[in-house]
Design a protein around this ligand. Structure first.
Ligand code: PLP
Length: 427
């Protein structure tokens, strides 16, 4: 073990699970360079954050400029960058999302959004979906069921959170319609047997389930949730923390659907690496949340919000390129699926692509070892990829939006070769 790793492990809590032992010196664009000058393309994007690539010049320039004037307010004084960031958010979110508030992390934004729903409806229940990831604080871990390990050692979690299945057509061996019907039926049964809708403040959902395995919600499912929410006065709350800010080659995953939320939470790509998250809703809803009912010291920090303005201004021009990359990636993965029996399913939206690896297509048994093999094959050739899904067997393919067509092809070649090498092994 290097001296650096020994010092690291000596003073840092092991609970934070680092994916690699890379001792980073700097990062720029898609590349991370370590202290010995070795480099890797970061297709993990710092866990789906640096959608514009690391250290994007426009974002750095905005942050530097703000650092030179005002670094902190802590809700004492008012400043331009927070207003400008909220104005930018209003311009890129649906018409029903009109006013915003900021926080520091995805979990915090989700929790605040749920508090907004509870306070303004006067109800306490939350519907969440099995397989969801909403964060790790005590509130958001209650909504998180992408893996039971996140709750190990923390029970009891919060009460009045009702978890019902998110449609997982591939895992269930069903068509999308069958899986949608099953999930809707389970939710209706929940309302009949467990909790009546009049107790529910919000239905909390990722329009593309992320950590849980990169499952885009079927449009009919979101339409039905929208209808139920309208019928029962429930707020429909989209968690776009991972699926937002160009990840699906649109501003948000919701841009791929007709059903729009009453409240939405955002984070990760919002400031391309500076700590920031946000949530928004209609003027009517958010204005009914009284002053002081929620708060934050650092949320909407001047530097992070200045960076976010630059992110939004820069990203606009990149979305068409992201769509091109997405088209190419889906074409290549579908070709790979023809020649690699290890690929069970390819799914996703835009550049939020999940490639599920299995031991065989009949049993659909998740194959985490196949993923580890492909991951190592890529890593040894300067490409970082990560997984998702409760069985760690889904390639989470999330290139930065600034990736060139050549770099994309190179990364896809590495995945293809990694699968060939896995399948040619005597196992
Ligand atoms: C959909 C979703 N919501 C919330 C979170 C929590 O974000 P954070 O880790 O910034 O608290 C994540 C993080 O992966 C996420 O993917």
């Amino acid at each position: 073990m290097s001296d650096f790793l020994s010092r690291h492990n000596d003073v840092l809590a092991p609970v934070l699970a680092f994916d690699t032992d890379i001792h980073a010196a700097k990062a720029e664009g898609i590349w991370i360079t370590d202290v010995d000058g070795k480099r890797w393309a970061d297709f993990a994007c710092g866990t789906a954050v640096t959608n514009l690539g690391h250290n994007h010049p426009a974002v750095l320039e905005a942050a530097h400029r703000q650092l030179g004037s005002l670094v902190h307010s802590g809700c004492i004084v008012r400043y331009d960058s927070i207003v400008e960031a909220a104005e930018r958010l209003r311009a890129i979110t649906p018409p029903g999302i009109e006013k915003f508030s900021f926080a520091n992390s995805g979990a915090e934004a989700v929790e605040a959004a749920v508090k907004l729903a509870k306070h303004t409806t006067g109800r306490q229940g939350v519907i969440a979906f099995r397989g969801a990831f909403h964060g790790r604080t005590m509130g958001s871990v209650t909504y998180t069921t992408s893996n039971a390990k996140y709750r190990d050692g923390y029970h009891p979690v919060l009460g009045s959170v009702f978890v019902t299945p998110y449609p997982h057509p591939y895992r269930w061996g069903m068509t999308e319609d069958e899986a949608t019907d099953l999930s809707l039926n389970e939710l209706r049964m929940m309302f009949k047997h467990v909790v009546t809708p009049k107790n529910i403040a919000c239905i909390l959902i990722e329009p593309v389930q992320g950590e849980g395995g990169y499952y885009p919600a079927p449009a009919r499912f979101l339409d039905a949730l929208r209808e139920m929410a309208d019928e029962h006065g429930i707020k429909l709350l989209y968690d776009e923390v991972q699926s937002g800010f160009g990840r699906t080659a649109e501003w948000f995953a919701l841009d791929h659907y007709d059903a729009k939320p009453d409240i939405m939470a955002m984070g990760k790509g919002i400031a391309n690496g500076l700590p920031l998250s946000a949530y928004g809703s209609s003027r009517e809803t958010i204005d009914a949340w009284p002053r002081g009912a929620h708060g934050t010291t650092y949320g909407g920090n001047p530097v992070s919000t200045a960076a976010s303005v630059a992110v939004i201004d820069t990203m606009e021009g990149l979305l068409p390129h992201a769509r091109e990359l997405s088209k190419r990636a889906f074409e290549r993965f579908s070709e790979m699926a023809d020649s690699h029996p290890t690929i069970g399913d390819v799914r996703g939206l835009g550049l939020m692509i999940g490639v599920e690896l299995v031991t065989d297509r009949e049993s659909r048994t998740p194959d985490a070892k196949a993923f580890s093999h492909v991951e190592k094959h890529a890593f040894d050739r300067e490409l970082i990829i990560i997984n998702c899904g409760p069985d760690a067997n889904v390639i989470r393919f999330i290139p930065p939006l600034i990736t060139t067509r050549e770099e994309l092809d190179w990364s896809l070649d590495l995945v293809d070769e990694g699968l060939t090498s896995w399948e040619s092994q005597d196992r």
